[in-house]
Design a protein around this ligand. Structure first.
Ligand SMILES: Nc1ncnc2c1ncn2[C@@H]1O[C@H](COP(=O)(O)OP(=O)(O)OP(=O)(O)O)[C@@H](O)[C@H]1O
Length: 277
């Protein structure tokens, strides 16, 4: 588990850690999670759990810290303090490398290779050796079909649209059948039909393969498609709940309205705190 860095400021007594969550039902568990980037604290004291086999949406405006949180989860973010447990291990543990699929906002594909060649290359790294050739072929064909690129399998990645290249990256992440898929804004730049198809794929992965998905977006209508939501603003967590519970709790008709309600509530609470100092 990640511990507070030596000498990191933490006024008052250390919080008593709660019981560890069951790794069979919990994919991610965070307590007092804080991240600094340069001189700024960009994530502040986050605490949440991500249940297994569901789609959790990570939503909030641009710059609120979604990518930073995802990077912390997959172990590529520096200056992380607090507790962050992923699939029963501290974030960044080597055993997690093959169990997590991570797709960043910028597609990481080779433009001078075809879609299939890109996948063949990554499949050979994941599952090397001649005896695995047939299995690799099956996995590659399935991953290409999953992201609906079968008709483009022999096109050069460099000739694809931005949305199509993003889907090649997603196909690469699906190759190893990861238990946890961390997807940073996967639907940016996609037309409504492709967005719907991709969300259908996410639901199939959760339902049929038991995959846990953490999907970030700044488009609030995508929130309605998630089982659970983590709503963020300015590096803080505003809510960790289901869309239904959020709407009911705030008396809002949509998650977007609920989000605005929570922002107003947090602003009012901060003002009260300020004036009572
Ligand atoms: N290298 C850096 N040094 C200092 N601050 C940084 C650095 N990189 C990012 N930040 C800041 O960290 C905050 C969180 O950035 P992050 O990319 O995690 O946000 P985000 O919610 O994913 O935004 P977007 O939706 O636009 O991708 C932002 O305010 C950003 O300005």
């Amino acid at each position: 588990m990640m511990n507070n860095a030596p000498g990191s400021p933490r006024p008052g007594p250390a919080p008593t850690p709660g019981p560890l969550p069951d790794p069979h039902t919990t994919a991610v568990h965070a307590e007092n999670l804080t991240v600094t980037r340069g001189p700024r604290t960009v994530l502040r004291d986050l605490g949440f759990t991500v249940p297994r086999g569901q789609i959790t949406g990570l939503l909030g405006p641009s710059g609120c810290g979604k990518s930073t949180l995802m990077r912390a989860l997959v172990g590529t973010q520096a200056k992380v303090t607090g507790t962050l447990t992923v699939l029963g291990h501290p974030a960044g543990h080597p055993t997690l490398r093959t169990r997590i699929g991570y797709v960043t906002q910028s597609p990481s594909v080779y433009d001078d290779l075809t879609v299939r060649q890109n996948l063949d290359y990554f499949a050979a790294i994941l599952d090397p050796g001649r005896p695995a050739a047939d299995r690799r072929d099956d996995h590659v064909t399935r991953a290409i079909a999953d992201v609906d690129l079968t008709t483009h399998a022999d096109s050069l990645a460099g000739n694809l649209s931005g949305g199509q290249r993003n889907r090649v990256s997603l196909a690469v992440a699906l190759l190893g059948a990861p238990e946890l898929l961390v997807l940073d804004e996967p639907t940016v730049g996609l037309d409504p039909v492709l967005r719907r198809d991709l969300w259908n794929l996410f639901h199939d992965l959760a339902t049929d393969r038991g995959t846990t998905l953490l999907v970030s977006s700044h488009v609030m209508d995508e929130a309605e498609r998630c089982h659970r939501l983590l709503l963020m603003r300015e590096g803080r967590l505003l809510a960790d709940d289901t869309p239904d519970a959020l709407r009911t709790r705030t008396g809002a008709a949509t998650v977007q309205e609920a989000f605005l309600h929570l922002v107003d509530e947090a602003t009012a609470a901060a003002r009260t705190k300020e004036t009572t100092r």
